[in-house]
Design a protein around this ligand. Structure first.
Ligand code: BGC
Length: 843
């Protein structure tokens, strides 16, 4: 029986049950609380327990007797993940589980546009329904506190208010499709280093003002139905079972009515999880589902009276409530749509609106961008992201995209045959991994990849974890523990002849080719070591690397008929081209779940290559594709820099729209781009390690820290240019004296002073002139985006409430707005304030 037939049987059962109760199934959602209570009474203790833990990798069992269908969850947050086997992490091998690959949430954040967030949620919700999912695991709103954090690319930047204001419309749009959104990861998941063990210990004010507002808004303003707890600990206990986070705040103060579920395989215990409000346990690494903490152990504790049955009933009611709310028992439940042309157009719009123009200087009296098709005949395209696809990487947010347009393909689509596009691959002298062109083994998605196994012991008898990695390089996450890693791939030479293998390893490195030991190399320093082998292009070679160490290695080679151009060649081509476009940045080899980046530098000598290209041709566009900040030591020399994020399946077309001026860029940075890693708070304050995060910078996250310390980043939070220019004038406040709960509306006139239509995002930063606590010089409180024709003016309007004026007062354990003067700053970026006014607040 397939899922659809099963589902209609369940609906039929549910119909007959509700017929007994005198209700029609298609009206069931009118009376949810009563239906939930009635259904609860019909369940045995065993059945109730079976609803609060997984019975597969991504589902909870059905209780057919009473018409409860199987409940299905899926990742999120950039598209509906491919179907995973019921009981293993393998792909289920479906051929019809492709979905729309949406731009990442960092891109949504860069749009600063609630309508873009809504569009994103609409596609995600509709596609999740079409794949018969009940919970979609997203959006993610953990903040980009640390540029090295491997998962920044999945979230909405560094500011709590920006994330909150975008998460709300996104969640509402998802849930309109009869799917539960699942905001994650609650709370304080801000590093991957020892993500399941690190103990987060922020002070209460920092927690409330910085790390909770997006979750709070999701509960209070969007009625989010699902919330996923974080892997990390909070004051010594796992976040999922923290009384303070869950019972006091989430379910107490905020009145969350939905389901709190764990991340996959978290470190909890039955009693604390049961008592402190965890509703659903997912992904625990045990052989039988009955061994889950909230399975037999919970049943036994209830039987012996250690845990009251009422605690379980509350969890079950929440699950049933969500099931009823999203229409799981309703024959009129929405069906959703998938892979439609409209969804693809939406993906393209979202990607374009997230592109940030960081710099656009004039060369010979003309701004480098947009490119003028009538003048440009020869474009040289270089850089590791020019033809790279990103959908299938990064960890749980991977998407099996129906297709993916790379930046190069997007340019070709746009320019056709009129413009000559020359593509070259640049490489510096620094060792690079073996290019994926030679890797014959495939990840199930079709991406060339190495299989990587992590063992607990040198003899490799205890397998700990297995995964895929795109490049022949490895970086240990924690330099204190020895890793025992084995990587395997089939390698296919492109030409017969001498291949000079090059290895830089810190640790014990062995390479076998077809089972024969070719290299055994022990080194502390990682100096490059060569070994020549003759390989034949008619054969595939089984490469096996065994690495024992706590650092890193890279295996590269010089192969005959190199794919890469020599420096002199690509620089000569750069000099000749009308314009050079370098698509650089990161990939999911760097921005990925479970590991933080080792540093903030661009990988594979990109800085060196970019610097040389900039010297060769001033008409060079550096187009970054990345989900986290990188150092850009060449930024001063560059005339044109664009930041494009992982832009989903239509990224290439959207980027070409921007480069050619068919769409005027309007995105603004949702993160600060620091000059160096040492400028960031967690590193400057020595607060990044595997044991505990003290959040020493307090409420001074991201730009708030840079402003306080007076450090100039390469590009500031909120920065983003346009092909238009805008003038700000006429700031007005609806009142200059605000009392109690009154609100104040700030308006200003924005005029497009250029000859091109474009959009501007006006940002409102607030400063409490005199406060009893240390407050940021500028705190983002609101923003408004206006689209203006040439010469047109419009009024932007941003409302401030008492909460916007408040800080979290640890004495009263409440929000407090102190009487006094507040300064309102309207600007185009945190470092580009255009208008200033002030008002007085009286308690
Ligand atoms: C991730 C979650 C994800 C889950 C299920 C975990 O490793 O942290 O974000 O939803 O896996 O794939």
């Amino acid at each position: 029986m397939n899922r659809k037939t099963k589902l209609s049987l369940f609906i039929a059962t549910a119909m007959s049950l509700s017929a007994i109760a005198g209700q029609k199934v298609d009206k069931k959602r009118d009376n949810i609380e009563a239906d939930v209570e009635a259904l609860l009474l019909k369940l045995t203790l065993k059945e109730k327990v079976s609803l609060v833990h997984a019975s597969g990798k991504f589902h909870i069992n059905a209780i057919e007797r009473v018409g409860i269908p199987e409940m299905w969850l899926s990742d999120g947050p950039h598209g509906v993940r491919h179907q995973i086997e019921r009981h293993t992490w393998d792909s289920a091998g479906w051929t019809d589980d492709y979905s729309t690959y949406l731009p990442h949430l960092t891109s949504v954040a860069a749009s600063w546009d609630p309508n873009i967030a809504k569009l994103h949620g609409n596609v995600l919700g509709s596609e999740a329904r079409h794949r018969e999912k009940d919970f979609i695991l997203g959006p993610g709103v953990n903040l980009a506190r640390l540029p090295l954090y491997g998962r920044n690319f999945e979230y909405m930047g560094e500011d709590p208010i920006l994330a909150a204001k975008l998460a709300v419309p996104q969640i509402k749009a998802i849930q309109k499709h009869d799917v539960a959104a699942t905001i994650k990861h609650y709370a304080l998941n801000t590093q991957e280093l020892n993500r399941t063990g690190v103990n987060a210990k922020p002070d209460e004010r920092t927690l409330r003002e910085v790390y909770l507002p997006a979750f709070e808004a999701a509960v209070k303003e969007a009625d989010v139905l699902g919330m996923m707890g974080a892997y990390n600990e909070y004051y010594g206990t796992n976040a999922n079972q923290s009384k303070h986070l869950v019972m006091d705040i989430l379910k107490g103060e905020w009145g969350f009515k939905g389901v709190l579920l764990t991340d996959w395989n978290v470190d909890i215990n039955t009693y604390d999880a049961a008592i402190n409000g965890l509703d659903l346990e997912m992904g625990t690494d045990v052989t039988s589902y009955n061994d889950y903490f909230l399975a037999d152990p919970l049943y036994n504790m209830i039987k012996s009276g250690k845990v009251p049955e009422a605690a379980l009933d509350d969890k079950v009611k929440r699950i049933l409530r969500v099931q009823h709310t999203i229409g799981m028992m309703d024959k009129n439940r929405k069906l959703g749509e998938r892979n439609t042309k409209q969804h693809q157009l939406d993906a393209r719009k979202i990607a374009a609106d997230g592109v940030v123009l960081l710099k656009n200087e004039k060369v010979d009296g003309q701004a480098v961008l947009p490119l003028d098709k009538s003048k440009i005949k020869n474009i040289l395209v270089l850089g590791p992201n020019s033809d790279k696809k990103h959908g299938t990487g990064g960890g749980s947010s991977e998407v099996k995209s129906l297709y993916e347009i790379t930046p190069l393909q997007g340019l070709k689509n746009k320019l056709g045959k009129d413009v000559n596009i020359k593509v070259m691959r640049a490489r510096s002298n620094v060792l690079a991994p073996i290019a994926s062109d030679y890797v014959a083994s495939r990840h199930w998605t079709g991406t060339p990849a190495w299989n990587i196994s992590y063992y607990d012991d040198k003899a490799r008898s205890q397998l700990n974890n297995e995964s895929w990695i795109v490049d022949s390089k490895y970086q240990a996450n924690d330099s204190k523990t020895t890793s025992y890693v084995t990587m395997k791939a089939n390698i296919k030479p492109l030409k017969t002849g001498e291949h000079i293998l090059k290895i830089a390893a810190k640790g014990d490195f062995k390479l076998k080719i077809n089972g024969k030991l070719v290299i055994e190399h022990i080194s502390k320093n990682g100096e490059v070591f060569d070994k020549s082998v003759n390989l034949n292009d008619k054969e595939n070679y089984a490469f096996e690397i065994n690495y024992d160490g706590s650092q890193s290695f890279t295996l590269g080679w010089d192969a005959p008929g190199s794919l890469f151009s020599e420096e002199a060649q690509y620089l000569a081509a750069a000099k000749k081209a009308d314009v050079v476009i370098y698509f650089g940045g990161l990939s999911h080899g760097d921005d990925r779940e479970s590991i933080d980046r080792p540093d903030m530098k661009l990988p594979n000598s990109q800085d060196e290559i970019i610097t040389k290209l900039l010297q060769a041709n001033p008409n060079t566009v550096v187009f970054m594709v990345a989900g986290s900040a990188v150092e850009m030591p060449w930024a001063e020399q560059a005339n044109s820099i664009v930041w494009g994020w992982y832009g989903g399946m239509e990224a290439g077309n959207a980027f070409a729209d921007i480069l050619m001026g068919d769409i005027n860029p309007s995105g603004k940075m949702p993160i600060t781009l620091p000059e160096t890693l040492e400028d960031t708070a967690p590193i400057a304050l020595d607060d990044y390690n595997a044991e505990e995060s003290l959040y020493k910078e307090g409420v001074f996250i991201g730009y708030r820290w840079f402003e306080k310390q007076d450090i100039k980043p390469t590009f500031s939070f909120g920065h983003g240019l346009s092909y238009s220019t805008f003038n700000y004038s006429d700031i007005k406040l609806s009142t200059k004296n605000l009392r109690g709960d009154q609100t104040v509306t700030v308006t200003a006139k924005v005029t497009n002073t250029s000859k091109v239509a474009g959009a501007e995002i006006v940002q409102l930063y607030l400063n409490d002139k005199k406060s009893s606590v240390d407050r940021p010089l500028k705190e983002l409180k609101g923003f408004d985006k206006v689209f203006l024709q040439p010469g047109e003016s419009k009024t932007v309007s941003i409302k401030l409430t008492k909460r916007d004026l408040s800080f979290w007062d640890i004495k009263t354990n409440n929000w407090l707005a102190e009487s006094g003067e507040f300064q309102v700053m309207l600007g185009a970026a945190v470092d580009d304030i255009r208008l200033v006014e002030s008002f007085n607040y009286f308690q």
